[in-house]
Design a protein around this ligand. Structure first.
Ligand code: NAD
Ligand code: IPM
Ligand code: MN
Length: 359
């Protein structure tokens, strides 16, 4: 298979972990005889510094000619006081909107070998295997009016019925391939947009009689994610709730550095990126955990290219490195050896090559 992948490393640890993911894709290409053509382009703070814009037209052109996008992370203190239009994060929001990537899939799975790295008790986290389906191109992030003056500020939470329908359908379809349960998270006791959200879920439910459906208010959901995380299968929720709940859920795995994501639309085109940000506190130290970025590349293989076997090989290789007793500094465990970003990546590649030899 021949594919072109746009690689947007972005800022901070985004650069480091994306390099790891690209190395892994190259190894998969060799092993399974695929050709992945890598096309790099600028986004975020680096793009602002070099071109004056967080998402230059050249970057969009590269992405448009590609089969999928791999992204690192954007942002950092250098640009925190820029006006809104010139913030690195604007580049990320703009690329999601430009390509209509409304479905953000954020799987959260406990790695058996690393369960005691979680601050939660092992019996709570050991069965966790959930998929957070976050609506990504609507809600408070994009609603108009949106403005700030010295005396006041406004953000607007809007959702059309269509926007809710397509993300809810996605969640039902995913649940069918998983454990058959959808938890819809909203704030229907207060927000009009949530009342419509709940109505749509109730309507769609009749088309999926095989799926168990529950509604939970977002505040209670935040609590239940910690007290009963293994009770969830697919969680579907609006943009901001999904952003917050997914960082919370990362704690179950022991680190934000473990969580991959894919942002896709109906035709399978997608952008793949870790859930975490540019981590300015550890950037440049070669200590970031590359697992989230590498597992995001695995999601690309599966969701955009339909390469299930290759995706599974990547996942297995990452989990084997943990099983063999290695980790990075964010997810330490007694008896495990702490590796740098590059050394951890090399171990993943060694695993992939070892699997290859034993095929
Ligand atoms: P962050 O996710 O960058 O970091 C939060 C904490 O998690 C930090 O302590 C960091 O060291 C740690 N962490 C994150 N990724 C890690 C990894 N791979 N390995 C080990 N530890 C890791 O969130 P933040 O500090 O709130 O934000 C920093 C910047 O990143 C901000 O500018 C923010 O807007 C941006 N951001 C970007 C994205 C993205 O590009 N998708 C996502 C979140 C935040
Ligand atoms: C994420 C990030 C982004 C978001 C920011 C950087 C705009 O937090 O991908 O989770 O809020 O969507
Ligand atoms: Mn976030």
């Amino acid at each position: 298979m021949k594919k072109t992948i746009a690689v947007l490393q972005g800022d901070g640890v985004g650069k480091e972990v994306t390099k790891s993911a690209v190395k892994v894709l190259e190894s998969i290409g060799k092993r399974f005889d695929h050709s992945f053509r890598i096309q790099s382009a600028l986004i975020g703070g680096e793009a602002i510094d070099q071109t004056g814009e967080p998402l230059p037209k050249e970057t969009l052109a590269v992405c448009e000619k590609s089969d999928a996008i791999l992204l690192g992370a954007v942002g950092g203190p250098k640009w925190d006081h820029n006006p809104s239009a010139l913030r690195p994060e604007k580049g990320l929001l703009a690329i999601r909107k430009h390509f209509g990537l409304f479905a953000n899939l954020r799987p959260v799975k406990a790695v058996p070998e690393m369960m005691d790295a979680s601050p939660l008790k092992e019996h709570l986290v050991k069965e966790v295997d959930m998929m957070i389906v976050r609506e990504l191109t609507g809600g408070l992030y994009f609603g108009e009016p949106k403005r700030k003056t010295a005396n006041g500020a406004v953000d607007t939470l809007t959702y059309s019925r269509k926007e809710i329908e397509r993300i809810v359908e996605k969640a039902f379809e995913l649940a069918r391939l998983r454990k058959g349960k959808v938890t819809s998270v909203d704030k229907a006791n207060v927000l009009e947009s949530s009342k419509l959200w709940r109505e749509v879920v109730e309507e769609k439910k009749s088309y999926y009689p095989d799926i168990e459906v529950e509604h939970i208010l977002v505040d209670a959901a935040a609590m239940k994610l910690i007290t009963q995380p293994s009770s969830f299968d697919v969680i579907v929720t609006e943009n901001l709730f999904g952003d917050i709940l997914s960082d919370e859920a990362s704690v179950i795995t022991g680190s934000l550095g473990m969580l991959p994501s894919s942002s896709i639309r109906e035709d399978g085109f997608g952008l793949y990126e870790p859930v975490h940000g540019s981590a300015p506190d550890i950037a440049g130290l070669n200590i970031a955990n590359p697992s989230a970025a590498i597992l995001s590349a695995a999601m690309m293989l599966k969701y955009s290219f339909g390469l299930e076997k290759e995706a599974a090989a990547v996942e297995e290789a990452v989990y084997s490195v943990y099983k063999d007793g290695y980790c990075t500094t964010d997810i330490q465990k007694t008896g495990h050896r702490v590796l740098s970003t590059t050394a951890f990546t090399d171990k993943v590649i060694e695993e992939l090559e070892r699997e290859f030899v034993s095929d």
